[in-house]
Design a protein around this ligand. Structure first.
Ligand code: GLC
Length: 722
């Protein structure tokens, strides 16, 4: 790595145009003709070859050969020999895709998350990626929002742990290593709180709510050493995040002390004009730069107006120098001034990409993320089953990689049919598509074949879900049911053969209220990535025991959204939250208050009995700690894993508190018949919250601590904070 003096000397020799070039990121296909995708609204840049040589950052490109050719051409022309910084969205794998983040959260295993990110970094770095636009840690309570698939759900504590695990997994301890990439936490702030769950929509959140639920995961990533941060597109309490001084200066820079690089989202600077917060690009650029947005991603505004703003004295040169120094420092942290190629070679890329070990990890991750939502005992299926019918749009589909698939392909994915055939052989597996998973396709012409196949089989696996690109950016839905005529297909198939289970592929919690009564078991695979079919087969036949837990509430009806477990009591809670209408209580005429499946819910083939929850003392002071021991017994003949969860409630406080808050979890392996005691520690800082004036305090009083899962607490004890 170079010294700070080297960088300062480099900065001093740069012209203003060259400095500004370091603050701009353009698509890889602008540097050479390739198929590199343009995300977001593609914009025609009027840029000359000469101007291009000054640009410092690249978004999206094809592969190692492409990166090498762009970097080489750039260094031949760049007077200052400043290497380009290559960035891409490596969200749940680069080429070997593991489950989407919403699924990875369901594993409740930071260790697994870290291992998968490490594998993704190895593949991405070998292809020339220096920075990934991950972790995405947006807090979310509304499954209508398509980007829930990129998050770890509705709990800030879990989101923070999973975000930090991603930073560690991608970055490791030495960014100059050829198998590591820098990370960029996104999107600050409140993006997941878009009104009505509609992507990019207005966000109005109190400071208290932001600080209690939306900020913790971003802060956890900053504390974990994330190198870059991306503000969100949305307006936050009236001002778009990218130009929101309170957010970007008072909180991010001054309060949190973030000193990394801030990069705008795609086109977000110009969009201030569309928001109606700036009359023109020049004003938009000035506002965002003043709020500490260092790099403009595909930004005409920075490209066209920064130079004039500096020459007219509206942006001080010192501010430009400070921003450029941050970009140069990040390039230096990656060792790019010593090796602009960061160890990339076509040979290395081939050697580390899509290896058997990578696929094996992807499969184990898919197994560990799956959630057994319902099982009356029909699962696991016997491997001696004479004939199994896989019926539905996902029976033979390879379109299970998930959205934000980076360079992952459908063709890389193992289908359910291939996975089950690997266990049962060809002749015992029947398949029928029955219908598609598209919103507008109401054709039932495939039903007859599906019914015929169902009758011929001993067991049916209904392979249902939503099309993988129905979640992800700009893919919100108002009706969270199974798209198309899948529910009708399920009814017809179950009528033909009631021995049917459901296997789901989804990027968000779906409304399963009509499906649930039809089948004795539901196994949710989410979008499991390239090994999904093998993982599904291993879980269906019990070669692996499901252990995932829901991290985002499954609504009973779309009209319940936003719905989440960590909500306050209200002054009129329903006595029994899920029964019929109760006059003058906070409830609906036509639906219960509880989700169909709550945060933390997930079944196993084992039977875990929670025997005791004990405190070593019922009193806590500011300087002491309480040890909580939870004893769990695997009362079955099947080895398994259980996520032991610990929830807290502050019974009386000066602002309303959630009826439950996750404060700890531990995933433990329990062999058949084994008993384990899991210990947690409670200290006063864990009880702090934001009062009405946003003071971060704890208050003396009574608390409860419980185990089980949200809305279904099993054991509870009280303690007092003095
Ligand atoms: C997109 C997304 C952002 C992503 C960026 C680059 O619009 O909002 O998450 O990192 O553009 O692809």
């Amino acid at each position: 790595m170079k010294t700070k003096q080297y960088l300062e000397q480099l900065l001093n020799q740069m012209t203003l145009e060259e400095k500004i070039g370091q603050l701009i990121q353009l698509n890889g296909n602008m540097f050479s003709e390739t198929k590199a995708e343009i995300t977001g609204p593609a914009r025609k840049f009027g840029i000359t070859e000469e101007e291009l040589t000054r640009i410092g950052n690249v978004l999206n490109f094809d592969d190692a050969a492409h990166m090498i050719s762009i970097q080489k051409k750039h260094l031949e022309e760049d007077r200052n020999q400043i290497p380009l910084l290559f960035m891409m969205d490596v969200i749940h794998g680069f080429r070997t895709l593991y489950p989407i983040p919403l699924a990875m959260g369901a594993s409740f295993s930071p260790k697994l998350m870290e291992a998968c990110c490490e594998m993704a970094a190895k593949e991405a770095a070998a292809a020339g990626v220096h920075v990934t636009f991950a972790p995405m840690v947006d807090y979310v309570r509304d499954a209508r929002w398509g980007r829930v698939m990129e998050t770890c759900g509705e709990d800030p504590f879990l989101n923070g742990i999973m975000g930090a695990a991603q930073v560690k997994g991608f970055q490791g301890d030495d960014l100059t290593a050829p198998d590591r990439v820098a990370t960029c936490v996104k999107h600050l702030a409140g993006y997941g709180g878009a009104e009505a769950g509609r992507d990019y929509n207005t966000v109005e959140l109190s400071e208290r709510l932001l600080r209690e639920f939306y900020f913790p995961a971003d802060k956890a990533c900053i504390d974990a050493g994330v190198k870059m941060l991306m503000p969100s597109f949305n307006s936050l309490n009236g001002v778009p995040s990218t130009a929101n001084k309170w957010l970007m200066k008072d909180v991010l820079a001054d309060e949190w002390g973030f000193d990394g690089v801030v990069i705008s989202d795609y086109n977000a600077i110009e969009e201030l004009v569309v928001h109606g917060i700036a009359p023109d690009f020049r004003t938009a650029a000035k506002m965002c730069f003043a709020c500490g947005c260092h790099i403009g991603m595909m930004s005409n505004a920075y490209f066209e107006t920064l130079q004039a703003l500096v020459e007219d004295g509206e942006i001080p040169m010192e501010a430009v120098d400070e921003a450029v120094m941050k970009v140069l420092s990040l390039k230096n942290d990656l060792g790019l001034f010593d090796d602009p190629y960061h160890g990339v070679s076509v040979q290395r890329e081939a050697a580390v990409t899509m290896t058997p070990a990578n696929r094996d990890l992807a499969r184990r991750a898919a197994e560990e993320c799956a959630v057994l939502l319902k099982n009356t005992g029909i699962l696991p299926l016997s491997e001696n089953t004479r004939k199994v019918a896989l019926i539905g749009p996902f029976a033979t589909s390879q379109a299970i990689r998930g959205n934000w698939a980076c360079h992952g392909e459908n063709a890389d994915c193992v289908s359910v049919a291939d996975g089950v055939r690997a266990i049962l052989g060809e002749e015992r597996v029947l398949t029928a598509k029955g219908c598609t998973c598209y919103l507008e396709d109401l054709s039932t012409e495939g039903f007859d074949e599906a019914i015929r196949v169902a009758k011929e089989a001993d067991v049916v696996v209904l392979c249902l879900g939503e099309e993988q690109d129905y979640s992800g950016e700009s893919h919100s839905r108002v009706d969270l049911g199974l798209p198309g005529v899948q529910l009708e297909l399920a009814r017809a198939v179950v009528a033909a053969n009631p021995n049917a289970v459901a296997l789901l592929f989804n990027g968000r919690p779906l409304v399963l209220t009509q499906l649930e009564p039809l089948v004795p078991a539901i196994l949710d695979m989410w979008f499991p990535g390239c090994e999904g079919g093998n993982a599904a087969a291993n879980l269906l036949f019990g070669r692996t025991n499901p252990s995932g837990k829901v991290t985002m509430s499954f609504p009973k009806a779309s009209g319940q959204c936003p719905i989440y477990y960590n909500h306050p009591s209200t002054g009129r809670p329903k006595a029994t939250p899920d029964d019929v209408f109760q006059n003058c209580a906070s409830n609906y005429l036509d639906c219960g208050n509880l989700p169909l499946y709550s945060f933390g819910h997930g079944l196993s083939y084992s039977n875990f009995v929670y025997e005791s929850l004990e405190l070593d003392t019922p009193t806590l002071t500011k300087d002491s700690a309480i040890t909580v021991n939870v004893t769990v017994y695997n009362d079955s003949t099947v080895d398994g894993q259980e996520v032991v969860q610990l929830y807290m409630r502050d019974l009386v406080a000066s602002s309303v508190r959630p009826i439950q808050s996750l404060i700890g979890f531990e995933k433990v392996a329990l062999a058949a018949g084994e008993r384990k005691t899991v210990s947690f520690t409670i200290t006063e800082p864990m009880l702090r919250f934001y009062d009405f004036a946003c003071n971060y305090i704890s208050e003396a009083g009574e608390f409860t601590v419980s185990t089980g899962y949200a809305d279904h607490l099993l054991l509870t004890q009280k303690f007092t904070l003095q």
